[in-house]
Design a protein around this ligand. Structure first.
Ligand code: SF4
Length: 104
């Protein structure tokens, strides 16, 4: 199931991580929510293949350990979200369709 493109309407803002927003629900370690509002990545869909880390030309993503999560024990995390140049490579190539780019 892909990321909900309307997550900003359908989810609640729960807080911040490394400067980016976290959209709930969040109940670690099994439910981690969506990280980011411009480069939004659904950590509960992410299977930790690292495609976005490989394809991003400006290194927006880094690894985040997620022990105990049902889909993978590591996730991509958009920790340098403000650096995004909206090339769309991550959104189009993510095998799980876990990423939505919302250009401000
Ligand atoms: S849209 Fe392009 S620049 Fe932005 S996070 Fe994705 S791969 Fe990186």
């Amino acid at each position: 199931m892909p990321i909900d493109p309307n997550f900003k309407s359908n989810r609640k803002l729960e807080g911040k991580h490394e400067g980016h927003d976290i959209w709930g629900p969040v109940n670690p370690p099994k439910v981690l929510g969506i990280h980011g509002s411009v480069v939004a990545l659904d950590l509960d869909i992410c299977t930790g293949e690292g495609t976005c880390i490989d394809v991003c030309p400006v290194a927006v993503f880094d690894w985040l350990n997620s022990p105990g999560h049902p889909t993978s024990e590591k996730k991509s995390d958009p920790i340098r979200e403000p650096d995004c140049i909206y090339c769309m490579a991550c959104e189009t190539q993510c095998p799980e369709q876990a990423i939505k780019i919302i250009q401000p």
